[in-house]
Design a protein around this ligand. Sequence first.
Ligand code: GLA
Length: 680
Amino acid sequence: MTNPRMDGFRNRVGGLAFGGDYNPEQWDPDVWREDVRLMRQAGVNVVSLGVFAWASLEPEPGRYEFGWMDEVMDLLHDNGIAVDLATPTAAPPVWLTHLHPEVFPIMADGEPFGFGNRLHYDPSSPIYRRYAADITTRLAERYSFHPALVMWHISNEYGPTAYNEASSVNFRHWLKRRYGDLGTLNEAWTTRFWSQVYTDWDQIEVPDIPRAWMNPSRILDFKRFTSDALLECYVAERDIVRSFRDDIPVMTNFMRFYRNADYWKWAPEEDVAALDIYPDPARPDSHVSAAFQFDLFRSLKGGQPWMLMEQAASAVSQWKLNVVKEPGRMRLGSLQAVSRGADSVMFFQWRAGRGGQERFHSAMLPHSGPGSRTFGEVTALGREVELLAAVAGTTARAEVAVLFDWNGWWGLEEVGGLPRNDFSYADTVMRHYTPLWEHHYAVDVVSPRGDLAPYKVLIVPNAYLIDDHGVEAITAFAHAGGTVVMSFFSGVVDECNRVRPDGYPGAFRHLIGAKIDEYWPARPGERFTVRFAHGRTASADWWREDVHLETGTALATYADGLLEGRAAVIANAYGSGRVVYFATLLEEAAFGAMLLGQVEAAGVENRFGDVPAHVECSVRQDAQHEYLFLLNHDAERGAAVRLPGGGRDLLTGTPATGEVTLPPLGAVVIQRALQASQAA
Ligand code: GLA
C-alpha cells in the first residue's frame, strides 16, 4: 500500500534522505551560513530542525521568537535543503515548569523529575498538553506552507512514565474505556487476591511506587496505559499540524528495543516509522541486533520503507566507554539500514555541540571541522546515498516471521512473580533471530495481530503472555500448513495475566501436542544433557519443563537428571502444519541448527546459502528491479561472493557478473532487472 504523503516526500527529496538533526539555535548566524555550505558539500538534502528548541521559540509564556527560525528555513530552502520540522515538546522550557511544577513527571522513586534534562513532562498533564498544543499550533500556522517543509517530526523519543495525580485520573478514564464496569475490572485484575476489590473508580490509582509486590494485572495495564497516554500526546500534535495541511507526512522517532511504547499501536498513526539507533562499536554483535531492529521497523507499517532518523557518525557520549566507529563502520551501518528498507540515512547531529550534555557525541561535522576523518566519510557517504536513489520506495520480502509483542514483553519482564524473574525478551528474540541472520534468511517481524498468511515459518520466542487473538492466529497458521517454532514458557497466561485453564501451556497444549505439569527453572549452574534421535547430544541449562506428550513426539530427550528420558524438544503435526517446541534452553549451536533445519524443511528459499556469515546479504525490490546488498562486517577478512545473476553495481556504476570481491568492511549494491514472473 502506498502512502501519497510519503510519495510526495520521496519526490521532493529525489531519492533517499540524507542529513541529520540541526540545532542552529545553539549557534551564531555566521555559523548557519557555513553550515549550509558544508551541508551542500556533504550532499545533505533534509535536516530535522527545532527538536528541542522550545525555549528559543517561546522564551516567555506567549512571547514567540520565530525570526531566527524564519531565517534558517529560508536559508535552507535557498540552498536546496528540505526541512523535517520538529515540534519542540520533548523539552518544556523552565518557565513552564516554574508556573506549573505539576507538569514534572513523578518518577518511580516518588520524586519529581526536576529540571535540567529533557522529557520532563507527565504525558497525562492537561497543562502540559495545553502548552504543547499551543506551540505546535504556532509552528503549524507559521510554517505549514513554507516551501522548505517536507515532514513533521512530532516531539522526540516519547518516553516518560509518570506516577502523578493527573496520570491516575487519565488511567481511570483509560480503564473505564477498557473494562466498562468495575466488576469486569475486578475480575480481570483478580482483585479478590489480597483483598484488593475496588468499589469505586476513584479508588484506583496508578500503581504505587514499586516498593513491593504489585498486582501483576494492574502493572500490565499501567504499561499499556502509559504507552497510550504518550500516543495521545503524539496524536494531538499530529492532528494540529494536519489541520493546517494534510499532504505533509507526520512521524515521531522511536528507539531500539524500547519497552515503554507499543510500536505496533503507534505505527498506524504515523506516515512512516522512524528509528534512532546507536549500535555500540565495542560490541562485536551489535550489527546483528541492529539488523533485527531494521527488520522490525520495515515490518511496523507492513513492509513500507522506514526512516533511519538518527545514528552516530562515530562515538556516542552516553556510555561509560564511548568507542569510535572505525573507518568504514559508519558507512557500512548506514548501508545496512538501507539494505533492510530504510529510505534515509540521518544522524544525530549535523554539527557537534560545544557545550551541553552531548558535547562529545560525534556529529556529521565534528569539532575538528571539515578536514576531519568523519566529515570526509560523511561526504563520501552522501555521494553514495545519491547513487542509491533508485532504491527509495522499494521493499523486501520474507518467508520467515518472528513474533514480537510488547504485551508479551511486559508480561515477562515487568510483573514479577514468575517461576524465574530474569527473562530478557530482547535476548530471547535475538537468540532466535541470530541463526537466521547468520544464514542470510530474509525475516519479517510480526505482531500477534499481524497477517501471517505470507509466511512459511513463524518463530515464537517465549510468548508467556498472549491474547486470544494471537493464540487463534498462530493456531490457524499451523493448521493451514505453516511451521511454528516456539520456545518454552509460551501461551501461559491470557491478556489479563491470568493463568490459562486446563494445565500448561493452556493456549498451546493442542498445538504442541503436550501437557506441561510444572515449569522447572534450573538452579544456578545446573546443566543438562539432551540426546537427539540419532544419538548426538547437546547441553542445555536455565529452564526445563515437566512435559507429558499427548499427540507430540520427542525430537530430543534428557539424558540425565530427574527428567531423564523425557521430552526436551517436541515435534507435533497440527492440521496441515508442523510445530516444534523447545522446552529447555539448548546450547546456541544446537538450537540454531534445529531452528534452521525447520526453516529449510519448510521450503524457505535461501539464495545466499554459501555466503559466509560475516557477509550480510539482503534484497530490496519493486516491480521492475531487485537490489542485492552484500555487506562485509568483518574488519580483517575480505570475502568473495558468487552473484545469483548479472546486474549493475550501483556504487561503482559498472556491470557486475560472476563473483564479486568484498574488502574488509566492504559493501556492494547490485541492481538487477526482474523478469515479469519474479516481480509478481
Ligand atoms: C537520541 C536523541 C537525540 C540524541 C541522541 C544521542 O536518539 O533523540 O536527541 O540525544 O539520542 O544521544
